[in-house]
Ligand binder design. Structure first.
Ligand code: CDP
Length: 222
């Protein structure tokens, strides 16, 4: 079974998907982490983000793996065998990830990886195009959203708590820039699948969102 969770940054996708995966015993696949890992490599190789051919060439020679620690439920992201779980969250990566993720050929490579992983077992995937492109036949599709101010505050708090120094203004700029690129790109733009259920998390706690989605998953009609 495949559960697709899509939505913009800061809507709570990864937090919720991780909890649901643990509760249901599903594999959690953070598709954004894959785009982030490739973006980190692009930056470290010194490639400009408009060097499409260079980035596509690099993507073809890149190995990205998601490893799960069943004890801690933490996800490890390996880039060519190296653990990059922390560095892919840095601002320098976040700033350019949408430019890398909008490249069609890059998306084709990631799509193959995501489908293979997802089909290996019961899986819950979070991203932007899971319900529309990666798994259009997913049994359950959720589109998580929240208003811009709430998403900004959540991301600000998350980064501050993890020790990444950022200002609220920087987060606002980043989210609006990524929202724009992600939802207007030609290939697999961020958008709610027609058959996805919209969950607005603006005024809900994490537990409330989890309960709401569990109800949706348990209801045969949705
Ligand atoms: O956690 P956050 O919402 O900030 O972003 P993410 O899920 O880590 O995704 C980072 C970026 O990867 C997004 O802004 C998109 O540009 C891209 N992405 C995508 O294009 N398609 C996906 N399925 C997942 C992420």
């Amino acid at each position: 079974m495949i559960i697709a969770i899509d939505g913009p940054a800061g809507a709570g996708k990864s937090t919720i998907a991780k909890i649901l995966a643990q509760k249901l015993g599903f594999l959690y696949i953070d598709t954004g982490a894959m785009y982030r890992a490739l973006t980190l490599k692009v930056i470290e190789k010194g490639l400009p983000v408009d060097d499409l051919n260079g980035i596509i060439h690099l993507a073809k020679q890149t190995k990205i793996e998601l490893l799960h620690d069943s004890c801690t439920a933490e996800l490890k992201v390996l880039l060519d065998g190296n653990d990059v779980s922390k560095s892919i969250r840095e601002t320098r990566v976040t700033k350019f990830v949408s430019d890398v993720a909008k490249i069609k050929e890059v998306r084709e490579i990631m799509l193959g990886l995501q489908r293979k992983l997802g089909l290996s077992t019961n899986s819950i995937l979070d991203g932007r195009d899971i319900g529309t492109v990666v798994f259009p036949d997913a049994q359950k599709k959720i589109f998580l959203d929240a208003n811009f101010q709430e998403r900004t505050l959540r991301r600000y708090k998350e980064l501050k708590d993890s020790g990444y120094p950022v200002s609220l203004q920087e987060i606002e700029n980043d989210l609006s820039n990524r929202d724009k690129i992600d939802s207007t790109r030609e290939t697999a733009p961020l958008k709610k699948a027609d058959d996805a259920i919209l969950v607005d998390t603006t005024s809900l706690s994490i537990d409330q969102v989890v309960d709401k989605i569990l109800n949706i998953l348990n209801s045969p009609n949705e």
